[in-house]
Design a protein around this ligand. Structure first.
Ligand code: GLN
Length: 287
């Protein structure tokens, strides 16, 4: 299928045309993507698109939209094209240096919050913060929550720091460039993480969109469990008593991660399922 847009097309026609093109390129949310990208180009939300369905676009707008659709057709994720993704109702800016926040990762925030009391000072450690999504969502819940957010990637930390400033919580979040606990000091009531957990040999089988995301944020080593061994092997020395560990996992890693934690002396509390009914978050208690 060829992809042509003429100057006379209305918003509705452009969306249909673009959705058809993206579908032919294998995008599985073609229509939504076409809408999100047009909304981005025009600086309006999706509802405004519907309200202006019969409005024609000017040629500058059409040209710009065509570029975005072309890049999406190359399977670049929408969030990298718009530069933003919503997480926990917050606009989080992203680029190719960070994993795009996923809705299921909101369970990590929910579970972490269960161990914190509103209006009470709390120190929280997030390992592998990437865009900062988890740390920022926690910081926005209560001005008394203090978060130390670490990442091994300086480029990711730049993105996270900019997000913290934009959301006005930079006073609550301390960013540290560190390979997991390497440069971490202090004690925390909760340690949380969405570590890389894809088995190395499965990395190349992922959809093209995920292939654009940083391998550093996805590669969990030969069996996908490397980071759970490292985190659970060291977490105890950084936890208050009682202290808690909240970890996102892959759908098939629940029992293995539970064993890794129990062998390290943690008490397993629960394995939480995501919206798709798959194991997604494991929760442990220390002492
Ligand atoms: N949820 C991501 C995916 O399935 C993986 C994220 C991770 O490794 N932490 O693509």
């Amino acid at each position: 299928m060829t992809f042509t847009m003429t100057k006379q097309h209305t918003i509705g026609e452009l969306i249909s045309l673009s959705a058809g093109y993206l579908e032919s390129k294998g995008c599985n949310s073609a229509r939504l993507d076409a809408e999100l990208l047009l909304g981005h180009v025009l600086g309006v939300d999706r509802l405004d698109l519907y309200l202006n369905y019969d409005k024609p676009l000017n040629s500058r707008e059409v040209d710009e939209y065509r570029k975005y659709i072309g890049r999406r057709g190359q399977r670049i994720p929408v969030a990298y094209l718009t530069g933003s993704r919503e997480f926990y109702s917050l606009p989080v800016q992203v680029d190719e240096n960070v994993l795009i926040p996923r809705p299921e990762t909101e369970f990590v925030v929910d579970k972490t919050l269960e161990f914190l009391e509103a209006g009470q000072l709390a120190n929280i450690l997030e390992l592998g913060t990437g865009s900062g999504a988890i740390a920022l969502a926690l910081a926005c819940q209560d001005p008394l929550f203090r978060i130390t957010a670490v990442d091994i990637s300086p480029a990711a930390l730049k993105v996270a720091e900019a997000n913290a400033k934009r959301l006005g919580v930079d006073g609550q979040v301390r960013f540290v460039q560190s390979d997991l606990f390497e440069k971490v000091t202090g004690l925390y009531s909760v340690i949380c993480s969405n570590p890389p957990y894809i088995k190395r040999e499965e990395l190349e089988l992922l959809p093209p969109e995920v292939g654009v995301e940083p391998a550093l944020a996805l590669d969990g080593g030969p069996d996908g469990l490397e980071f759970y061994r490292r985190i659970l092997g060291q977490a105890a020395s950084f936890l208050e008593q009682p202290g808690f560990v909240v970890l996102e996992i892959g759908w098939d890693q629940g029992s293995q991660v539970r064993s890794i934690g129990e062998e390290a002396g943690f008490t397993w509390l629960e394995t939480v399922k995501d919206y798709a009914g798959q194991d997604r978050v494991v929760v442990f208690r220390w002492a």
